[in-house]
Structures are given as C-alpha cells and as structure tokens.
Design a protein around this ligand. Structure first.
Ligand code: ADP
Ligand code: ZN
Length: 645
C-alpha cells in the first residue's frame, strides 16, 4: 500500500513560508504597514480637519491669499501651528481647508486682522518630525518584535535559528539514557542482535586490536510503537555511552542547507564524545529512494541532507566507536545507497509482540502503577492481539487514569479491560487489534501455507509462521528459509510454489467452510507465475517454446505496457490454461489438507495461543501426525535423510 508516500498538497503549503522566509517577512511587513495606515491614517496630515470640522477638500494658498480670505470673511475659523496655519472655509456646502506656511513676524498683524473680523482662532500642536518618524517606525518596531518572537520559537525547534543556521546545539537531543535491556520486552531476537554493539561500545579497544569489523550503521525495522527508539536508548544505556538523537522528518521543514549542516554537527558531536550512539528516527523521511520520489518529489533539502549523511558515514573508519542506529517501518522505500556495505548494511527486525511478548511488555509497564491482586495480564495479552508495545504502555496508563478518576487505591483488572476497549477507538490505523474470529481465520490460512510448504517436493522450507500482523496489509505471514545462490527454478519448483500459495485459501475453505479476502495477494502471485510459465519460460502446451512476452528490462521503460505480440486465440488459450491449472492444483492442495487435517488442527491450536511458531515446530507436528496415522512421510527433510541411509 502506498497511502502515505507522497506529501499531500496541504503539507506542501505548510512548508511554503518555511522555505521562503524572506518573502514571508516582506509580505508580512507590507500587511502591517497597510493596516497601520488604515487605522492611524491621515490623522497627522494638515488641513483635512480644522477645529474638529472635517473639510471635504484641502487647498494650499499663499499667506497673502489667506489674508484676503480672512478679510473677505470667506473663513470661519483659523488654527495656528508652529510652522503652518490652516483655516476652515465658511462655505458649508463645499467645506475647504486652506493651509499656508507661517511667516515669522507676521503673527501680530494676522491676529489683529482676525480680531477685527471676529474670526475664531486658536493654536494647534503640529505633528513634528519626531511624531512623524515615530509614526513610521512604530509598525517596524512591532514587526521586529513579532519576528524575534517567531525566530526564537523556530530556534527552539530547529536550533541555530535564522541567523545561526547550522549550529545545532539545541536540536540534537543529547542524553545519557538510563534505559536498560530489561525495559525492552518482547523483542528477544532484536536484543540479541544488538548485544554485540553494546560489547563494542563498552570496550572498543579490544575489537579494534583484533581488527574486527563492527557494523557502522544498523537499521531497526518495525511498525510504529514497537520499541525501536526504546531499544536504541537501551543500547546506549547498557553501554553507558551518550545518545544523540534526531528525527528524519524534522529535516524536511528546514531551509536548504540547514539539514546538511545539522548532520555535520551531529556527527562532530558524536565523534567528540565517542564512544557514542547516533539515533536517527524516521530515516525514511530523508532516505527515501530518489526513484521512489519521482520527478515531482524532488526535494533539494532532503537530497542534500541524505548526501551529507552518506558522506559522514563514509568519513570515519570502523575504529571510531560511533554507531549509527536508524529506525524505519518501510525499509523497502529507502535509497539503496543507504544500505550499501559500510552504511546501514545490517537490519534488525523489531516486530510487534506475540502473546508471550505482550505479557512481558505489560509486566514492564505495570511496575509503574499500583496494581490490584486481581490483575491478570494474561487476559489482557489475549485481548490485545495485534497491538504494539506503545499501545500496551498506553493501555496501562489509561487504566491508571481510570482508577484515579474512580478514587481507587489500585488499578484493577476491570480498569485494564475498560482501557483496552477505550484504546481501540484511539489507536492509530497502523495498530489494529485483531479479534478472535480474524485470528482463527488467519491461523488456518497460514497453517495451510506451512503444511503445503513442508509436504511438497521442491517447496521452500518454513522458517517461521506468524499471525502477528505486519505492516498494514499482512495479517499473518509464513516465512521461508531463503535459498542462497539459486538462480534457476525448475518447473516442479514453480508448481510447488503455486501449491504453497494456494494452501492458504484452501485451508480457509476446508476448515472454516467460508473463504475470505485474505488470499488476494496469494492469488495474484499464482496467476503471475502461471502467466510467466506460458509467456516467458516455454513451460506450457499453449505456446510451446514460443515466447509471448520479452523479459522486461528494468532500465528501459520496464513496467510500461507493451503491445501484445500474439493473437487473440493465443490469449484465450493462455487464459484457459491458467484457469485449468489453478483448478487442478487447488483440488490437489485441498486433498492434501484433508489428509493432514489433524496436523493442521494442531498447528492452529499452537499458533492461536502463541501467535508465532517456528519451522521446527511445524515439522515436528507433521512428523508426529504421519507416524500416528501411518502416512508415508512427505516431509522433504525426512525423505532426504531416509534416502541417504
Ligand atoms: P518506536 O520507536 O518503535 O516507534 P518507541 O520506542 O518510541 O517506538 O515506543 C514508545 C513507547 O512504547 C516506549 O517508550 C515504551 O514505553 C513503549 N514500548 C514500545 N515497545 C516496547 C517494548 N518492546 N517493551 C517495552 N515498552 C515498549
Ligand atoms: Zn496467504
């Protein structure tokens, strides 16, 4: 699913002013000045108002003219300021304000004239250069104050601020965490994998002397809230080294060049304080594959930041005890350059917890609250299939809040139950609780895959079967052991793969009696395999050795639709072949499932309670079942050893 790969248009708008701070500043200033002018307006300019009477027009006149106006009684009142005189015309229909400059020494004669004409006069305080200046400066002062306020806030969030770009003292979080491995539960394998890093950071000298190559970058892969940050902190805590953390997404909002400078500073600090750990959360935000972004997704800032990161990682040797841990839940979209040797060449899976894992995580977090003796964490673990560690921590906290609201002294089982119910509404899309019915369907579906994988010649062996959801799409999964150095697939191996893929859907039909949408992806793959067998591999009677479709060249317009190079009749024959073969294989698969009914039920039972089972467990169940029912073994592993002896 590609639901959140591209930023929505509104996101882009949010970033607009961040990217163009000067433009924002200019627009903002103009707006303030205009507002100021509207409100404070022409108050200070001469003539428009005299003695509180608004004139409709203003007219500049000479001193002599003004005198004449007074003499001819065209003036109603006069105001005398420090440098100017203004007079209000007596014509009430077209009120005119006359203004003129004062002539020193003329005052007395003017006053005498006004007195004799019995015209009202008074002095007025002119706006002088100071108030005039202030009128202009005031809006600027306001702007500067506001600007400084925002700049200060930005500085807090991105460090360095507007002027001191690049000095990243504040935005890199530096701490010496007290988190230990005991605080991270339910991810045993991941903990074992990072143990080596802890040892190295504790005594780097020993490894360096040996000439051992320590991984520089480790990618922690897993859904949100599974404890990747926590695990990274625990590595630092166990090794007692400083922990520098940044979030990949915070780079995106910055001005071009800041991100790169920040990365440089981050590495400088970490190297200065070595041995140390750098943690980059959400690395996909900067490390998104350039190809995946597409033409429109070009982002200079991201690219510069990424290049700087790559340069920094290449810039120090394996003898510098700085380890870079990065977290992502979508490793497949990362730029391949990030995953090359010497960079993030190691991946550690931080999976969602299974049943036992959830009990362990709940136990870690229940320590923070006072619990009642009736609390049964096993029940809560059963109710929370599909949730991640962060959700479980939330549930405990929510339960404590509920207990507090009810004035209880302790957290009771009922509070936890209620918190689970409440949590469901507030959970993110990415963490979905799996209900019992779904769990049952998924357990049968995956067991079907596993059984077929183990009892079909040419199929890949099972490494792990799981009904813990992974990502958004997969509710469960069956992992195969990868076969290395395998470039060729024989015909029977392709057929075996089809059988294994059909095993999921067939198990739903045979054991539940109803089919679900869960097999969509499996069915797509089976169809693809059969199509390729006809079109490319010459493995069908439809086209014989004739190739209907050239192998796609991924460099030259791969994936683009090509014109069909074969007849309608051929196309129809191919469809028939695919349909016929699928039907054939499907009934064979169903027969196999019927034959191994007891084994499937055992697997489902185990899977249902533990949520994860290993390939060995699957094989053991099948072996026992075959022995008990006197079925000649179909287990490929067992047959091989039988043949050898
Ligand atoms: P991520 O980095 O994978 O998104 P976090 O490490 O930030 O997840 O997890 C958030 C919080 O959830 C942690 O601080 C912790 O309280 C809790 N949590 C998540 N996973 C675990 C876990 N495996 N064990 C214990 N607590 C966990
Ligand atoms: Zn499936």
């Amino acid at each position: 699913m590609a639901d959140n790969e591209k930023p929505t248009p509104s996101n882009k708008n949010d970033n607009f002013f961040n990217k163009n701070p000067l433009l924002a500043f200019a627009l903002f200033s103009i707006a303030v000045i205009m507002l100021f002018k509207v409100f404070v307006g022409d108050e200070g300019s001469f003539g428009s108002k005299v003695n509180g009477n608004q004139a409709t027009r203003t007219q500049e006149v000479s001193y002599a003219e003004l005198k004449n106006l007074i003499i001819s009684k065209k003036v109603q009142s006069v105001e005398i300021g420090q440098t100017s005189i203004r007079a209000l015309g007596s014509d009430e229909v077209a009120r005119t304000a006359y203004t003129t400059r004062r002539i020193l020494g003329e005052d007395t004669s003017l006053i005498t004239l006004l007195d004799t004409q019995k015209i009202d006069y008074s002095g007025f305080n002119e706006t002088n250069w100071f108030t005039e200046m202030f009128g202009w400066l005031f809006p600027f002062l306001i702007i500067i104050a506001i600007w400084m306020f925002f700049a200060g806030r930005m500085q807090k969030s991105m460090g360095g601020g507007i002027l001191g770009m690049g000095s990243s003292k504040k935005l890199v979080n530096s701490e010496k965490p007290k988190t230990k491995f005991d605080d991270v539960a339910g991810v045993q394998e991941a903990k074992e994998e990072v143990q080596e890093i802890v040892d190295f950071l504790k005594s780097p000298g020993r490894y360096v002397e040996l000439g051992a190559k320590i991984p520089k970058g480790v990618l922690l892969v897993g859904s949100p809230g599974t404890g990747k940050t926590l695990l990274a902190k625990a590595v630092a805590g166990e090794a007692e080294v400083p922990f520098f953390s940044v979030s990949g997404s915070s780079f995106i909002e910055m001005f071009v060049g800041v991100g790169a400078a920040r990365v440089r500073d981050l590495f400088e600090q970490a190297k200065r304080d070595a041995p140390s750990i750098i943690f980059i959360d959400e690395i996909d935000a900067i490390g998104k594959s350039r190809a995946a972004g597409g033409m429109m997704g070009g982002n200079d800032e991201r690219e510069q930041t990424l290049n700087q990161l790559l340069a920094e990682m290449d810039g120090f040797g394996t003898d510098t005890p700085v380890i870079i841990l990065a977290a992502t839940n979508r490793p497949e979209i990362l730029d391949p350059a990030l995953l090359r040797p010497g960079r993030f060449d190691r991946q550690v899976l931080v999976d969602k917890p299974d049943y036992q894992g959830r009990i362990d995580i709940l136990n870690v977090h229940i320590k923070d609250v006072k619990k009642d003796s009736d609390v049964d964490l096993e029940e809560i673990a059963r109710l929370t299939a599909g949730l991640a560690g962060a959700d479980l921590a939330n549930i405990i906290n929510e339960a404590a809040l509920l207990a507090g609201r009810k004035n209880q002294k302790t957290v009771r089982l009922a509070d936890l139950r209620e918190a689970v119910e409440r949590g469901i509404a507030g959970l993110s899309k990415k963490s979905r609780r799996i209900d019992e019915k779904e769990k049952r369907i998924v357990a049968y579906h995956e067991s079907g895959h596993a059984l077929l994988a183990e009892t079909t010649k040419g199929a890949k062996k099972v490494a792990k079967v799981s009904i813990v959801p992974r990502g958004l799409a997969a509710l469960g999964y069956t992992l195969n052991t990868p076969e290395e150095n395998k470039y060729l697939m024989q015909r029977h191996e392709l057929i075996a793969e089809i059988d294994v893929l059909l095993g999921g859907r067939a198990a739903e039909e045979v054991f539940i009696g109803e089919i679900s949408t869960g097999a969509a992806n499996d069915l797509e793959r089976t169809t693809d395999i059969l199509k390729s067998m006809v079109q490319m591999y010459g493995m069908s009677d439809v086209a014989g050795l004739m190739v209907l479709e050239k192998q796609r060249n991924s460099f030259l317009g791969g994936g683009m639709s090509q014109a069909k190079e074969y007849s309608e009749k051929m196309s129809e024959a191919m469809d028939n072949f695919i349909k016929r073969t699928l039907d054939e294989r499907y009934s064979i698969v169903k027969e196999r499932l019927e034959e191994y009914r007891g084994a499937i039920e055992k697997m489902v039972e185990l899977l249902y309670s533990k949520e994860n089972i290993t390939g060995e467990q699957v094989r053991a169940i099948i072996e026992v079942f075959e022995d008990e029912n006197n079925i000649p073994t179909k287990l490929s592993s067992k047959k091989e050893t039988a043949q050898e002896s």
